[in-house]
Design a protein around this ligand. Structure first.
Ligand SMILES: *[C@@H]1O[C@H](CO)[C@@H](O)[C@H](O)[C@H]1NC(C)=O
Ligand SMILES: *[C@@H]1O[C@H](CO)[C@@H](O)[C@H](O)[C@H]1NC(C)=O
Ligand SMILES: *[C@@H]1O[C@H](CO)[C@@H](O)[C@H](O)[C@H]1NC(C)=O
Ligand SMILES: *[C@@H]1O[C@H](CO)[C@@H](O)[C@H](O)[C@H]1NC(C)=O
Ligand SMILES: *[C@@H]1O[C@H](CO)[C@@H](O)[C@H](O)[C@H]1NC(C)=O
Ligand SMILES: *[C@@H]1O[C@H](CO)[C@@H](O)[C@H](O)[C@H]1NC(C)=O
Ligand SMILES: *[C@@H]1O[C@H](CO)[C@@H](O)[C@H](O)[C@H]1NC(C)=O
Length: 330
C-alpha cells in the first residue's frame, strides 16, 4: 500500500507506531501513556488514593465535562483530571469517563504513578505530581487523513485562519473549546475544533494550541484531515463535518443549504504516528524516523524503546481495524 516517511518532533527518545483505524469509533483508545519511570506498590496508600481518584473522576466527569481532584496526603497524593470532548452529550461523557477510569489501570498495568488515556470522547489523566494549570503541549499522537486536498495553498490559508480564530475563541471561553467551519472551495468547507483542558489560563491555552498547530505541516500537510493530540490541548480538522452535537459554526459564516450531518464516516483510513516525549525533550536533536510500513492483516506490532521512561500502550480493539508495521529509533 502506501509507504511513508515521517519526521519525528525533536525528541530525544521516541517510538513510532503506525496504525490504520477509523478514528470515528469513539470506543477505541486513541492513545495511552504510562510513565514507567515511577511505580507504586500494590496495596499501598498511593494505590488506595488512586482508586478514589479514578472513582471521583468517573462520577464527576459528566456534570460539566471536566473535573479535577487531588486525593491523599503527601507523598501519596494523587492528582487526577478528566476532560470530555466539548461537543459530546452528558451520557457519552459519562460512558467515556467510566471506561477510561477502568481501562487506564489495565493499560498501565505496571503500577505507573503517572498515566493518561485518550479516547475520541474524553481524556483521563493522573499523576503523583500536581500538573494542573501547567501546559504539556508535546504531541502524544498525530493522525492524518490519507486523502490529499486539491488546492493545498488555499486550504492551508483557510485552515490557518480558522484555527487562529478557533484558538482565540477557545482561549477566551470558560469551556476552552471551540468548533467551526470556513469556506474552502465553492461547495467545500473546512471543519475544525480545538480544545484545552479547562484548568489552563487563557494565555496558556492559547500557547498550547499554537504549539500543536505548528505540528500540522509535519503530520498533515496537504491532507484533507488531521489531528494533533497533547495532554493539555488538541485539535482536529476535516473537510467533512465531524461535530457530534448540532454544531455551532461561527455566526459570520454562511451555512451550505444542506445541513451538516452528524458524524460522517471518513471514507479513508487514517494513519497514526505516535511519539513519546520525555521530560528531557530540551535536546533539540532532530531524529528522523523512517518508517516504511505495510498493511498487515489484522495483526498488531508494537516496538518501543525499553530504555525510555514513558511507554505507549495500545488497545486490542485496534486490531479489528488492522494495524500496520512500526519502527522505533533512538
Ligand atoms: C516500573 O515497572 C516497570 C515494569 O515492571 C519496570 O520496567 C521499571 O523498571 C519500574 N520502574 C521503577 C522506577 O521501579
Ligand atoms: C484498587 O482497585 C483495584 C481494582 O479495582 C483493586 O484490585 C485494588 O485492590 C484496589 N487497591 C486498593 C489499595 O484499594
Ligand atoms: C466527586 O465524586 C465524589 C464521589 O466519588 C464526591 O464525593 C465528590 O463530592 C464529587 N465532587 C464534586 C465536585 O462533585
Ligand atoms: C501560563 O501563563 C502564565 C501567565 O499568566 C505564565 O507566567 C506561565 O509561564 C504560563 N505557563 C505555561 C506552562 O506556559
Ligand atoms: C497523496 O499524495 C502523495 C504524494 O503527493 C501520494 O503518495 C499519495 O498516494 C496521495 N494519497 C492519495 C490518497 O491519493
Ligand atoms: C476569523 O475571524 C474574523 C473576525 O471574526 C472573520 O472576519 C474571518 O472571516 C474569520 N476567518 C475564518 C477563516 O474563520
Ligand atoms: C434549502 O433547501 C430547502 C429545500 O431542501 C429550500 O426549501 C430552501 O429554500 C433552501 N434554502 C436556501 C437558502 O437555498
Amino acid at each position: 500500500m502506501q509507504s511513508l516517511k515521517l519526521i519525528a518532533p525533536h525528541l530525544f527518545f521516541f517510538a513510532c507506531l503506525f496504525y490504520v483505524f477509523d478514528p470515528t469509533e469513539s470506543q477505541n483508545i486513541i492513545y495511552s501513556y504510562c510513565d514507567t519511570g515511577n511505580n507504586y506498590t500494590s496495596g499501598s496508600v498511593f494505590e488506595q488514593n488512586l482508586n478514589l481518584t479514578l472513582t471521583s473522576l468517573a462520577s464527576n466527569a459528566s456534570l460539566t465535562g471536566f473535573s479535577t481532584t487531588a486525593i491523599g496526603q503527601n507523598p501519596n497524593t494523587v492528582y487526577g483530571l478528566v476532560l470530555c470532548r466539548g461537543d459530546v452529550s452528558q451520557q457519552d461523557c459519562q460512558a467515556c469517563a467510566s471506561t477510561a477510569s477502568i481501562e487506564i489501570i489495565k493499560q498501565c498495568s505496571n503500577n505507573n504513578k503517572e498515566a493518561a488515556i485518550s479516547y475520541d470522547n474524553c481524556l483521563l489523566r493522573y499523576s503523583d505530581r500536581r500538573f494542573f494549570s501547567t501546559v504539556d503541549s508535546s504531541p502524544k499522537l498525530m493522525l492524518y487523513n490519507v486523502n490529499n486536498v486539491t488546492e493545498p495553498v488555499v486550504f492551508n490559508r483557510q485552515l490557518g485562519n480558522l484555527l487562529r480564530n478557533l484558538s482565540s475563541n477557545a482561549a477566551s471561553s470558560t469551556s476552552k473549546f471551540s468548533a467551526g467551519q470556513t469556506n474552502f472551495l465553492d461547495f467545500q468547507y473546512i471543519n475544525a475544533m480545538v480544545q484545552c483542558t479547562r484548568d489552563l489560563a487563557g494565555n496558556n491555552c492559547s500557547n498550547c494550541l499554537q504549539d500543536i498547530i505548528r505540528y500540522i505541516p509535519q503530520c498533515c500537510n496537504g491532507k484533507e484531515g488531521g489531528q494533533v493530540l497533547s495532554l493539555s490541548c488538541n485539535l482536529r480538522f476535516e473537510i467533512y463535518s465531524f461535530f457530534l452535537l448540532s454544531s455551532p459554526p461561527p455566526p459570520s459564516l454562511v451555512q451550505p443549504n444542506s445541513t451538516s450531518q452528524d458524524e460522517k464516516k471518513s471514507t479513508s483510513k487514517v494513519i497514526v504516528f505516535v511519539a513519546i516525549p520525555l521530560a528531557a525533550t530540551m535536546v533539540v536533536a532532530l531524529i528522523v524516523c523512517c518508517c516504511f510500513f505495510w498493511r498487515n492483516g489484522k495483526k498488531k506490532r508494537v516496538d518501543t524503546d525499553p530504555d525510555q521512561e514513558g511507554s505507549m500502550a495500545t488497545l486490542d480493539q485496534w486490531n479489528s481495524y488492522g494495524a500496520i508495521g512500526s519502527s522505533a529509533a533512538g
